[in-house]
Design a protein around this ligand. Structure first.
Ligand code: CA
Length: 234
């Protein structure tokens, strides 16, 4: 049996939690990090999780395209909600979801929340951030360490609910027994270095999600933080 841990926390600075997470059948796991003024961020991530779940729940087996289309349905509904309600103008959310079936994992992703795979002691980032600083890194104009502290690091180039069409990344790979999967919002990565994330995933007994969240809080908890950890056992 695979083990799943999940945790979300408002952090120590923000007034509300704009992150959302969901674990639902058929073996789907997702995190979302909402943005927008007042309540709009919470509404955006909540709406995403609700719509995606509604689209996918109870289906027999899912493909990358199913995950993508579910996010796109949420994208359209969010744009509509923003047009209808002035307070929701400019709202959006990240969306990172994966689904496991028959030893295979497929994922879909928009924004700067992340999916990581820890295999044979090595932590790999599966998704690429859709952010302004990530573009600069890819063009060689910024190093990874400069990107971590860049003043515009929160600026997304893609988000669910943003104006216009949305391009959703997706992929799949075969799982191995012992793989550990991590889904997290940037409130984790911005506070806890990869080396510590990797160590906690491998060494800490018990609830690894709670452990990662408490690490982000001890480091200052400047943002909402949301984590799902899955220890895969075929
Ligand atoms: Ca965040």
């Amino acid at each position: 049996m695979s083990k799943v841990y999940r945790a979300t926390d408002v952090g120590l600075v923000r007034p509300g939690n704009e992150d959302a997470l969901a674990v639902f059948s058929p073996e789907c796991y997702m995190v979302a990090d909402g943005m927008g003024g007042h309540v709009a961020g919470e509404v955006a991530s909540g709406l995403l999780v609700e719509v995606v779940q509604e689209q996918l729940q109870g289906k027999a087996s899912l493909t990358i395209d199913d995950l993508r289309s579910a996010i796109l349905v949420a994208h359209k509904e969010m744009q509509q909600a923003a047009r209808n309600t002035p307070a929701y103008e400019g709202m959006g959310t990240t969306a990172t979801i994966f689904h496991i079936a028959a030893g295979n994992l497929c994922w879909a992703h928009v924004g700067d929340s992340r999916l990581y795979l820890l295999r044979h002691g090595k932590l790999d980032q599966v998704t690429r951030d859709h952010s302004y600083v990530e573009e600069l890194v890819e063009r060689g104009k910024l190093t990874e360490s400069e990107a971590r502290v860049h003043p515009q690091k929160n600026m997304l180039t893609r988000a669910v609910g943003m104006e216009g069409a949305l391009d959703v990344d997706g992929g799949q790979f075969a799982l191995e027994a012992g793989d550990i999967l991590l889904l997290a919002t940037d409130g984790l990565m911005n506070m806890v270095p990869d080396a510590s994330i990797s160590r906690i995933l491998q060494e800490e007994p018990g609830d690894k999600a709670a452990r990662l969240v408490s690490e982000a809080l001890s480091a200052g908890g400047r943002d909402n933080v949301t984590v799902i950890v899955l220890e895969y056992a075929s």
